[in-house]
Design a protein around this ligand. Structure first.
Ligand SMILES: [Fe+2]
Length: 393
């Protein structure tokens, strides 16, 4: 982590007509093009893009604005454009927006994959502490970011409280399922309504926007079976990359296809790679549900290689590589990122005891927002000022 004191101290500043170069106290150099600086100006003439009230159109500004003068003053970077137009940039803000490859990569940290060892280091937190104490709330959000899963304990065993507890992350994103009641139903429509075992999968991969932060609120656990299983999609990706690099490449680049028809009259059908990647070609998650995978729609020559690669991945998943099993108790809530983790469930016996879990989702936007707000409250510049999320990666 960068030390704020040096990293955000302007040591030297120089400029040409279309570039500002800042040398920082830790020796790092940042270069900012003039159009970038002018577009970022938030003086009263230009307005504030943070609140959506920029007052100047980009198209009304020159494509290559000329910096007439630049200096460091009271710790800030001052840029003069002429006709009294002056932009001021706070050093913390400027360093947090450095355009060097190293700093840009630092703003997109990769999560650390985990395997079966997660069983011994799963984060358990008390709902009371997370909801009442800001530090514990941040611990909760960070564990969700870093591991993709947290288990809350001592949550109210009350049906009407699910939404409120999920509010620890943000506002619900209700899909066609609403808050879903996972219990053995007499006339099941989906496997979630049954008591059968569910192999590891991600939910709703047949959507363009796959549900992300997912909550399993356990109101009643079965006496016989019903253990929860999970695995890290990033770990499976790393394992495939190591053992089967060619097949891994196929699952990153060839679109798998998932579909779902619901009795109520909805038809979903979406293509996307099983392992999505970000702009740095790093795997950013996983989308896979063998039970709902449609025939692949790809060039003829890729069909068999795709199924061969998929077979390798599914064999890994079904054989339990990287799988963690835990039995959630009444009054526990499993919170996980469905765009990263696979989850499943062992079969249970509905004749012996009832099992009732309520499930709902909150979008990643809400999650990242909560994290930024938490860091902002602490004035943790290294976190919130540099936290920008890449969509669709
Ligand atoms: Fe599921």
């Amino acid at each position: 982590m960068l030390k704020r004191q040096n990293a955000c101290k302007i040591e030297a500043l120089s400029f040409t007509a279309d570039r500002l170069t800042v040398t920082w106290g830790d020796g790092h150099q940042s270069v900012f093009p003039s159009i970038w600086l002018l577009h970022a100006c938030d003086n009263p003439i230009c307005g504030s893009s943070e609140t959506g009230v920029r007052l100047v159109k980009l198209t009304d500004q020159p494509a290559r604005p000329q910096i007439l003068a630049a200096r460091s003053q009271d710790g800030e970077a001052i840029v003069e454009w002429g006709k009294g137009h002056v932009s001021r940039f706070a050093p913390v803000w400027l360093r947090g927006h450095c355009l060097s490859n190293a700093e840009r990569l630092r703003r997109q940290p990769a999560a650390e994959p985990w395997g079966t060892e997660m069983k011994d280091r799963l984060t358990y937190l008390s709902y009371g502490d997370v909801s009442a104490d800001a530090d514990t709330h941040l611990t909760f959000l960070e564990a969700l970011r870093d591991d993709g899963v947290v288990i809350l304990q001592d949550v109210p065993v009350a049906r009407e409280r699910t939404e409120e507890i999920a509010g620890l992350v943000g506002k619900l994103h209700l899909t066609n399922y609403g808050i879903f009641e996972l219990e053995a139903k007499p006339t099941p429509e989906i496997v979630g309504d049954m008591a059968v075992a569910l192999e590891l999968h991600t939910d709703e991969p047949y959507r363009i926007e796959v549900p992300s932060i997912t909550f399993f609120h356990v109101l009643k656990q079965s006496d016989a079976g019903g253990e929860s299983t999970m695995a890290d999609g990033l770990w499976l990706a790393a394992r495939m990359a190591e053992k089967h690099p060619e097949e891994f490449e196929i699952l990153k680049t060839v679109n798998a296809r998932h579909h779902r028809i619901l009795k109520e009259g909805r038809v979903f059908d979406v293509q996307a790679p099983i392992f999505p990647t970000d702009v740095y070609s790093r795997v950013s998650g996983i989308r896979i549900n063998d039970r709902g995978m449609a025939p692949v729609d790809c060039p003829l020559g890729q069909v068999e290689p795709f199924y061969d690669a998929l077979r390798i991945l599914l064999e890994m998943i079904y054989s339990g590589e990287g799988r963690v099993t835990t039995k959630l108790k009444e009054g526990e809530m499993m919170v996980f990122n469905n765009q990263r983790l696979l989850h499943g469930r062992e079969r249970f016996d509905p004749a012996r005891s009832h099992r009732h879990v309520r499930s709902c989702h909150v979008d990643l936007d809400e999650f990242h927002s909560r994290l930024r707000v938490a860091y902002r409250l602490r004035d943790d510049w290294n976190a919130w000022r540099t936290m920008t999320t890449m969509a669709h990666t």
